[in-house]
Design a protein around this ligand. Structure first.
Ligand code: ZN
Length: 293
């Protein structure tokens, strides 16, 4: 059994910043128990938040490739490459992830570190496949990706957590409620020192700008986070929720934003009190400190 104090679940939500205090501009404010705004802290029992910077001293809108690399390595990737890079990571970022990703660091030091997301065809991934930052970060540790088939065995979760976006071709895969999905995720995190779960429908819908679709996603996502927090609190699992840049918190634009992003956590921690994160590059050093000391 792993000690409860040594279990961290990092929930990475793509494109979720800290927006204005007006729910007409900031759809996250329909669920103020979970999500912070500029002058509002989440009020769910035991939850804390610190706004952290995602721009990292580089001009322009922060983007996913450099932002996620910075988040998962603790290194200022946009400064290193001279700009914010969108989409898939460049060769230089992949090299950085190979050597410095949290998965590589933890597994080298004898800790379990897993990626809970299910892939549609993990068997088809080759060294030449185009992969996201999170995939490269995990692949660098030499572990296999989880598959959609493992969702039914409660060993993996799809990025949308309900399985709806898998469509009909995966006929046997059930549609999960927020509670069922939370149950699976906490079940995975219980067995590991470190678990990453990535959700990116927030960024996709933020770019599309369909307000009713955004409100419906935020309702589902908030239910899922709510259930995950409730279960994790019972199990003594430490949860950290953060993002790579803003997007969905500002309904007035379809682009990313330069807003701060949340650093939300559900546990008492002297380490966090004494080393309060200021930017997304501070997340991984904190996780290392909490797990390894
Ligand atoms: Zn992103």
């Amino acid at each position: 059994m792993l000690k409860a104090s040594r279990k961290i679940l990092l929930i990475f939500i793509d494109g979720l910043g800290i927006g204005e205090d007006d729910p007409r501009l900031n759809p996250l404010l329909h669920h103020p128990d979970i999500w912070p705004a500029k002058n509002h802290k989440p009020d769910f029992n035991g939850l804390s938040n610190i706004p952290i910077d995602a721009c990292l001293g580089v001009e322009g809108l922060p983007q996913s490739a450099t932002g996620q690399t910075a988040l998962l390595t603790g290194i200022n990737a946009p400064k290193l490459v001279g700009k914010h890079l969108q989409g898939f990571p460049s060769r230089k970022l992949i090299e950085l992830l190979k050597n410095e990703s949290i998965f590589v660091h933890l597994t080298r030091n004898g800790y379990n570190a897993t990626f809970a997301n299910a892939y549609r065809h993990p068997e088809d991934i080759t060294p030449f496949s185009r992969l996201s930052v999170t995939s490269h970060a995990f692949k660098a540790s030499g572990q296999p990706f989880r598959s959609v088939e493992q969702i039914e065995k409660r060993e993996a979760l799809y990025h949308d957590f309900t399985n709806r976006s898998l469509g009909d071709k995966w006929g046997d895969i059930p549609i999960l409620s927020a509670q069922e999905a939370a149950d699976i995720l906490v079940g995975i995190a219980k067995k590991e020192h470190f678990t990453l779960y990535e959700h990116f429908m927030t960024d996709i819908l933020g770019h599309k700008g369909d307000k009713s679709a955004i409100l419906s996603l935020i309702r589902q996502l908030s239910d899922f986070i709510h259930s995950t927090l409730t279960l994790a609190n019972e199990e003594g699992i430490k949860i950290i929720i953060t993002s790579d840049h803003g997007n969905i918190e500002d309904s007035s634009v379809k682009t990313h934003t330069r807003n701060s992003v949340p650093f939300i956590w559900n546990f008492d921690s002297e380490i966090i009190d004494e080393n309060q994160p200021e930017r997304i590059t501070d997340v991984i050093p904190l996780i290392k400190k909490i797990l390894i000391g």
